[in-house]
Design a protein around this ligand. Sequence first.
Ligand SMILES: *Cc1c(COP(=O)(O)O)cnc(C)c1O
Length: 230
Amino acid sequence: MLKDQLEDVEARIQAACRRAGRSRDEVTLIAVSKTKPVETLREAYDLGVRVFGENKVQELTAKYEALPDDIHWHMIGHLQTNKVKYIIDKVDLIHSVDSLKLAETIEKEAEKHALTADILVEVNVAQEESKFGLKTEEVIPFIEKISGFSHVNVRGLMTIAPFVENPEENRSIFADLHQLSVDISNKNIDNVNVSILSMGMTNDYEIAIEEGATMVRVGTGIFGARNYSV
Ligand SMILES: *Cc1c(COP(=O)(O)O)cnc(C)c1O
């Protein structure tokens, strides 16, 4: 079951890359394992999955302790400043940086661990009230501010598109995030290389890849529906 779903997602990623004239290795699949038990992650690991995405600090650290250390962990959910210290040395990438206060905390904690934290700036492209993330017009001033941090590396942008029936409706959102990354690149800000575009989830990752996604975050499509009541 998990094997079939993984193969299906992989085939769809390959097809989307072909349609877009892109190479498969330009796109990283992040298996979003939130709410799933460690045994399920181990099953995915045994099938070759090495990149997992989690959205809660406590869940991420528990799974980190329980699973092999060649896994790459990505923090994809909203992050409170007081919890940065628990994950700073455990994750490859923080996708959800959306405030100066959070960036400053990451800088401080990364310095304590003598490391440089790779981060993405979360952008609320669709301007949904319910979502975290900066407004599009806030992104360049924000990146200019944090570009001087010595322990934070801005590696790209992330967005969560709205839930829509027809994923085509999100195409312009992905195109807008892509364009924003081009605009930022053209500014040649020191220490900033926005080459990562984290966009696309189960419903719309194929469209996101066609529009330039370099990371897709797929949960349900790999692991099946989540049960939040357990
Ligand atoms: C849960 C989650 C996903 C995965 O969602 P699916 O629709 O199950 O693929 C992707 N990104 C973020 C930020 C999430 O919280």
